[in-house]
Design a protein around this ligand. Structure first.
Ligand code: ZN
Length: 95
């Protein structure tokens, strides 16, 4: 998943602000899994809207989306490499 610095850089490109507080809150040790729980998205977005405004809530949602893109992209690369390796084993693909 993107580092804190990467999340802030992405937010700055999107909004002109880093939204460090949003990203630090998301990645606080001991709370990360609970705060990345997609079933809590409405509750947490409402919390950020009340505290910092709608743009902060949108950056929270984008944080989740960027994490998903990174995580599933990594899984896809690993899966594709494993498939390629097995196809080579069977001679169905060449290196
Ligand atoms: Zn995250």
């Amino acid at each position: 998943m993107p580092s804190l610095e990467k999340h802030m850089e992405i937010s700055r490109k999107r909004t002109g602000k880093t939204y460090r507080g949003v990203h630090e809150w998301m990645n606080q040790p001991g709370f990360r899994e609970n705060r990345h729980d997609i079933t809590r998205v409405l509750e947490i977005a409402e919390m950020f809207t009340a505290q910092y405004g709608k743009e902060a809530a949108q950056e929270y949602v984008q944080h989740l989306a960027d994490d998903m893109k990174s995580m599933f992209g990594s899984i896809a690369r690993q899966t594709n490499a494993a498939i390629h390796e097995k196809l080579i084993y069977f001679g169905a693909e060449k290196e």
